[in-house]
Design a protein around this ligand. Sequence first.
Ligand code: SF4
Ligand code: SF4
Length: 121
Amino acid sequence: MKTLAYCGLNCEDCPVFVATANNDNGLREKTASDWSKLYGAQLSDYLGKNSLSPEDMNCSGCQSQSGLFIGCMNCPIRTCAQEKKFISCASCNEYEICGILNGFFSIHRNAKENLDRIRVP
Ligand code: SF4
Ligand code: SF4
């Protein structure tokens, strides 16, 4: 699937992806507000501020080489899988034991389900 992120999320379900695809400024504003509460402090080093603006809410998906949302651009899972030249973490022999991936899966069960479906044991 072209929009499957390295971590297993489906970017087509992401509001930033949808807002970008539809040039939907209302959805950009709502998502900037929602994600500022969730990720603002976490992303402050990259953003140089503590909250996200509608202008920050653009993304062409995790498999894109440019135009990514800043949080996903700096995602350690994406960086690690790219360095190993995998299409996703489902190809990795550390899949079952990877601490960072399993930490992520504890919050995003749907990402695990997506990768479990394509994983070849
Ligand atoms: S890479 Fe972009 S579209 Fe995919 S989850 Fe991250 S912000 Fe959303
Ligand atoms: S070690 Fe493997 S499973 Fe963990 S983030 Fe890197 S590519 Fe993904």
